[in-house]
Design a protein around this ligand. Sequence first.
Ligand code: ATP
Length: 380
Amino acid sequence: MGAEVVIEGLTKSFGRQTIWRDVTLTLPPGEVSVMLGPSGTGKSVFLKSMIGLLKPDRGKCMINGVDIVTCSEHKLYETRKLFGVLFQDGALFGSMNLYDNVAFPLREHTKKSETEIRRIVLEKLEMTGLAGAEKKLPGEISGGMRKRAGLARALVLDPEIILVDEPDSGLDPVRTTYISQLFLDVNAQSDATFLIVTHNINLARTVPDNLGMLFRKELVMFGPREVLLTSEEPVVKQFLNGRMDGPIGMSEEKDQAQIAAEQAMFEAGHHAGGVEEVTGIPPQMQPAPGLPTRQGAIRRKDRVMQILHTLPPAAQEGIIESLSPEEQERYGVHPHRGGYQDPPTINTTPVAPHHRGELPSEEVARIPGAHRRTQGPGDS
Ligand SMILES: Nc1ncnc2c1ncn2[C@@H]1O[C@H](COP(=O)(O)OP(=O)(O)OP(=O)(O)O)[C@@H](O)[C@H]1O
């Protein structure tokens, strides 16, 4: 099973520029999480902070009991081995063929024989659809293949946590969906914990178990995908629809004067761009037929059902509707369109507390500057 990552109060600045502050979230083991955010909100800085390439000013990032913010260099070196990272361009060595690129971490960090290395490299190239391409140089292959080679290389040390920085950059929507499929397939086969940072709305809507969003130097929300996908929060709705009308502006957040001027423009009939209000929760992509069931998805179901009563009503409805009739029966819940229902009595399989990845209810949906009341038992 992948590692759980517990982040508490993480804050990062460069000089006097705060990038984000007080970020608190848990990446549940073996689940796939996506972090959204407008350009420049510090998503890449967040990934680099998680692997200790950048040092946060304060807060914790706990992985298997080690706080990578304060641990020794030796512990950091050891903990980094749990990570596989796929950078935007694959970060391949241009002068090495794909075989040697993928073999590199094994030669660098292990004492494995070349026979064993060959077995692993060919297995990971096969897994990422690159069998037969091992002699190619990075410059001879497409951007999509380079990303897949970067993923193969990220997988050779059997990481417990896989971080992916903007997998869609430079890819068309179809290739982006193919690489998304690959992430779910790898997750099904490895049960590794995934965190993907992206702007890509399709990917965010259909791939992850959990969705978060950074904006205005804070974590706007993080929780089960259904929470963001049904959110009425203006910044979330604007982002998920890729529109101009909303708090996100061309280069940074808008001031009141700009919002008023734009509002007048849209009311006068100017198209705000984006698609026409996409709402609702599309089905989640699944691993390819023939692959194992995602263990992270099974654990997630129990985990989310345990915190169901703390989630906003629309998210609750989406989650209940995504269950099969047998699962609804097992958890003792029923679809209930158009209103909040009483918290169910839930028959979940016990999950070890340190592996639950459960969010404190006040962190399930956090909006800077607004104190959302989380719905609790007896609320209506
Ligand atoms: N090493 C650094 N030193 C100083 N400032 C930095 C450094 N790295 C990043 N920044 C600043 O941090 C901010 C966030 O950058 P980051 O690349 O993490 O954003 P992002 O959300 O990943 O953006 P995009 O989606 O465009 O890739 C930017 O203003 C950037 O200039």
